[in-house]
Design a protein around this ligand. Sequence first.
Ligand SMILES: N=CN[C@@H](CCC(=O)O)C(=O)O
Ligand SMILES: [Zn+2]
Length: 427
Amino acid sequence: MKPQRVDLLVHNIGLLVTMRGKPGPRRGRDMSDVGAVTGGSVAIADGKIVAAGPEADVWAEIAGLAVDRTLDAKGRLVTPGLVDPHTHLVHGGSREHELELKLKGVPYLEILAQGGGILSTVRATRAASENELYEKAWKSLNIMMLYGTTTVEAKSGYGLALEDELKQLRVIKRLNETHPVDLVSTFMGAHAVPPEYKGRSGEYVKLVIDEMLPEVKRQGLAEFCDVFCEHGVFTVDESREILAAAKELGFGLKLHADEIEPLGGAQLAAELGCISAEHLLATTDEGLKAMSDASVIAVCLPATSFNLRAKSHARARDMIELGVPVALSTDYNPGSSPTESLQLVMTLACLHLGMTPEEVITGMTMNAACAIGRGDVIGSLEPGKQADLVLFDATNLAYLPYHFGINHVDTVIKKGRIVVADGQLTV
Ligand SMILES: N=CN[C@@H](CCC(=O)O)C(=O)O
Ligand SMILES: [Zn+2]
């Protein structure tokens, strides 16, 4: 139904990246088609897009409607709000004390095996109160929003005991209810084997399946279930068991797959019909083909491979060539990727993954939205979609990854409301 008035008209946009096109994740050459319009406008009413496109077309579309407020974009670049589809947002503490070990060359999985890494954050998260976790994550969400992110997926997985997992998930729910950024919640009780189950991973898997998953479902605290399938963490068989149980309960599925060892996580994600598989640094050609055939979205995390000083990075070019839809994310967490900035990820995706600026923006908007089941609501600027958009102090897409390490955001609009103006929070 056509609205009676326009709440906000953003005009004088230098380059408008609409991402309009076929619904669903973009693959292959389609990842380069960002629906760019020079000299555009966006009309917004009731938090949704009324029209987005060339200025004259938008004016024609809203002819006769009263316009409450206008915003002069002053020739800036406008894109859909950025979507971060893989984060470990809610956690206690930080891990800068592990930097020295890392510099000495101690591998990530070795630090974990010694009781550090993820397990160090488990101790800090268990010790933190719900309010402490909420306040810490709130600050990170503010940073994300200042950097142009308007929707974030957030995982549990630093509790590794029913009550502590529920505590993290309740924080995610409360943040979603109170912060302007939208959150999508994932249960990741199988992120590591907790110390009290050391050497008894089978029993812990049973606990996840018999107690945690049903209770998380009963309380409606998560939409997706994720597992860290990795050498020394959860095997392919254990991951299959957990995800099959989650599927049975109606969770959407995700998998941390082939991050360090090529265990066959990508094939498992394809077999189970996961919406996405994450990391994929070590995935084989067979794994990528299986993902392509099963339309599993690859969520690449170049800030993680950068920060872990990985010798190689996810093969985004091969993925695109093989028709795997690629999304990009910060993987924000206190260990392998302590950054909230998707703009840093833009630079790393270009330089380390060989993606073009157009593929990168597709990976952080439409494909990222699809990776968290929100492709019909966000990810593009098309009539009827949520009015989440970012005005960058830039005139073209390539400028963002090119001029790296700083924040280019001028304005962020979330559900039609200006939440960042002149690079500052307004809420
Ligand atoms: N690799 C597994 N899990 C996280 C890291 C968690 C951590 O180190 O605290 C990741 O996706 O990178
Ligand atoms: Zn992760």
